[in-house]
Design a protein around this ligand. Structure first.
Ligand code: G
Ligand code: G
Ligand code: MN
Ligand code: NA
Length: 251
């Protein structure tokens, strides 16, 4: 596949980029960022990771891609003290036998504190209740990383996973946020997720927040941490540094 060899070459040349999207609290203060990989293809233009991450998983390039993302995020994090950085980790990346080992090596190499990082995993990883997944997640927690469950509500969500795995945050999937104010069901789902999070002492964040109406409905439901175009699109590391000097971000 042409795209596969292009991706291989881009990784070999370090030719991907990272973008970072602010996460803000109830006061509009940026408390964290999500690291999102970007690939500008010379002919095709921007290719979405939603498209090339699955390709990388299929052909084994996910190892290099995952290392690229971690390296860049670790490197950029050194200029952002106090800011939490969320990094997406795909299922096949987490399942690699030496994932924890390689991650530990990178922590040493970059001299970062794992407590500054949150690894975003998806529900699919928890499916099957695999003992080695349990072990991996426990070791990551022991190293100091925190774990967030991405796209929450869209998967298979056996709720018992939330109790059995060392997850500290859930991210409400943006499909529910998009329908806030449109249908009553989404409002109910969001309300239920927030209550669930609270009962299990988990932090909760809403993603894909685009309007002040959505933000207000979320706040009313008890979710005040948000991420979305309302505050900022994913931007460059330099732009994050500029945003850090602002007291708060405005919609
Ligand atoms: O922001 P965006 O449209 O680029 O992201 C699309 C999808 O790609 C999302 O599901 C996101 O979680 C995933 N993604 C973005 N960056 C990374 C990354 O660095 N690693 C992995 N594994 N997935 C990523
Ligand atoms: O699956 P994950 O949550 O990692 O995906 C993040 C994706 O969501 C990225 O593709 C990012 O560009 C996108 N995104 C971030 N904020 C918004 C938003 O407000 N609206 C929409 N439609 N997408 C968003
Ligand atoms: Mn994510
Ligand atoms: Na998501």
């Amino acid at each position: 596949r042409a795209l596969e060899s292009d991706l291989r070459e881009a990784l070999a040349r370090d030719a991907l980029e990272m973008a970072y999207q602010p996460q803000v609290n109830r006061h509009g203060v940026m408390t964290g960022v999500e690291a999102l990989v970007r690939w500008r293809h010379p002919l095709r233009g921007d290719v979405s990771p939603a498209f090339f991450v699955p390709i990388a998983e299929e052909c084994g390039l996910i190892v290099e891609l995952g290392m690229f993302t971690l390296r860049r995020a670790f490197e950029d994090s050194r200029r952002w003290t106090g800011l939490k950085i969320a990094i997406n980790v795909s299922a096949n990346q987490l399942r690699l036998a030496d994932f924890v080992l390689r991650l530990g090596e990178l922590v040493e190499e970059y001299g970062v504190d794992p407590r500054q990082f949150e690894l975003e995993i998806t529900e699919g990883i928890l499916l099957g209740d695999d003992p080695s997944t349990h072990d991996t997640l426990r070791r990551l927690r022991q190293m100091g990383f925190s774990l967030a469950l991405d796209d929450f509500g869209t998967g298979y969500s056996s709720l018992s996973y939330l109790q059995r795995y060392p997850i500290s945050k859930i991210k409400i999937d943006r499909s529910f946020i998009a329908n806030l104010g449109v249908d009553l069901e989404s409002e109910a789902v969001v309300g239920a997720i927030v209550k669930l999070a609270r009962a299990l002492k988990l932090a909760v964040i809403a993603e894909g927040v685009e309007t002040t109406d959505q933000r207000e409905r979320l706040a009313a439901a008890g979710c005040s941490e948000i991420q979305g175009y309302l505050f900022s699109r994913p931007v460059t590391a330099d732009q994050i540094e500029q945003l850090m000097s602002a007291d708060s971000l405005s919609p």
